[in-house]
Design a binder for this molecule. Structure first.
Ligand SMILES: NC(=O)C1=CN([C@@H]2O[C@H](COP(=O)(O)OP(=O)(O)OC[C@H]3O[C@@H](n4cnc5c(N)ncnc54)[C@H](O)[C@@H]3O)[C@@H](O)[C@H]2O)C=CC1
Ligand SMILES: O=C(O)C(=O)Cc1ccc(O)cc1
Length: 314
């Protein structure tokens, strides 16, 4: 038996996608939503991201059996405090934050008497806000659930079933391991993209129009990632500081080794390294982990996948 009434706090890319996906794939579940930004609330109502957009967080959670916080990592604690008085005692508390140890702490401090099971759908785009969400975002993507020790197993299995219903493949993981893995697979790549696009923009000898005109595939991919939301990514790096710094240290050492190989003309080192990374890419594809949707994340592609759900009463 899955949840019957789901409240979504934060109606941007993640919250909006969950709202649309629930309406598309769990049509009996009633959704309510709240966003602190009034323009986002209006747009969320226009797009019918949830059945009912509420004017307060308390109203949104009043009758729910699951609340999912879909706000930037730095806002998780405040958002949770805002629902404390109104949240039913047996409602499960979850979230979608990109790092997990900090969220578990923030939610636990704000809602000490509730069962809290954090989660992270490893599914997103560079876009944010009420227009960014789409129902298919989670299909065939991983959702990592990070239950605390001795969690409520009934609620855990309900949460797993919920994400599976939205199309995700669920993996259970400790929060600290999640933060280490995501530091290298997601957080560091974003930092590298932000850096290289900044480097290209700051060059004195190369004009901005040359960067735009001659940007080859690799650089274009970096610019997409570097267009991701500044608030969200500031919070990711501040919340997963230790793991990111550990991975950055390793990355810098490896980069220095390649730099040395270039300087001394050591083609063998360069070739062997590139051959190994090519094998990594090929094994990702063999395991079916690459994104089968080639234009995934682009605005025109997303529009094709947008689902305008039926109103609750139709
Ligand atoms: N963008 C992505 O690709 C992914 C993001 N995430 C995580 O999802 C969370 C949300 O990210 P997005 O949906 O992309 O961001 P978003 O910027 O699209 O939406 C966040 C929404 O939260 C609202 N908000 C902020 N503080 C609030 C508060 N106290 N109460 C109510 N609403 C509040 C904002 O007004 C905004 O509309 C973040 O924690 C992020 O780490 C997870 C997976 C992928
Ligand atoms: O757009 C991309 O390439 C992403 O990497 C999306 C993304 C961003 C943050 C997450 O925590 C998970 C997925």
């Amino acid at each position: 038996m899955t949840f019957q009434r789901v409240a979504i706090i934060g109606l941007g890319l993640q919250g909006g996608s969950i709202g649309l996906a629930v309406q598309a794939y769990l049509p009996d579940v009633v959704t309510t939503g709240y966003d602190r930004d009034a323009i986002t609330r209006t747009r969320a109502a226009e797009r019918r991201l949830v059945h009912k957009v509420c004017d307060t967080a308390a109203e949104a959670v009043a009758d729910c059996d699951l609340v999912i916080f879909c706000v930037p990592l730095g806002a998780m604690g405040i958002a949770a405090e805002q629902v404390r008085a109104a949240l039913p005692a047996d409602a499960l508390v979850s979230d979608v934050g990109s790092s997990k140890q900090v969220v578990a702490k923030a939610l636990g401090e704000a809602l000490p008497d509730h069962v809290i099971i954090p989660a992270h759908p490893v599914a997103g785009t560079e876009n944010s806000g009420a227009d960014a969400g789409f129902a298919e975002l989670f299909r065939n993507r991983w959702c990592i659930v990070t239950p605390p020790p001795q969690t409520n197993l009934v609620k855990l299995s309900q949460l797993v079933a919920f994400w599976e219903a939205l199309g995700a493949n669920v993996e259970i993981m400790d929060a600290d391991h999640h933060d280490l893995v995501l530091a290298v697979t997601s957080h560091l790549p974003h930092l590298i993209a932000y850096t290289i696009v900044g480097t290209a923009s700051d060059l004195e000898e190369v004009t901005q129009s040359e960067v735009i005109k001659y940007s080859a595939g690799g650089f274009r991919d970096f610019t997409r990632i570097a267009a991701s939301d500044p608030t969200m990514w500031r919070d990711v790096f501040l919340s997963n500081r230790q793991a990111v710094l550990t991975m950055l240290q390793r990355f810098t050492e490896d980069l220095t080794a390649l730099q040395r190989a270039i300087r001394i003309g050591d083609g063998e080192t360069l070739f062997n390294h590139f051959a190994r990374t090519r094998a990594t890419r090929r094994s990702i594809i063999e395991e079916g982990q690459d994104d089968a949707r080639p234009d995934f994340g682009r605005a025109d592609h997303r529009a094709d996948h947008r689902t305008d759900p039926k109103p609750a009463d139709s």
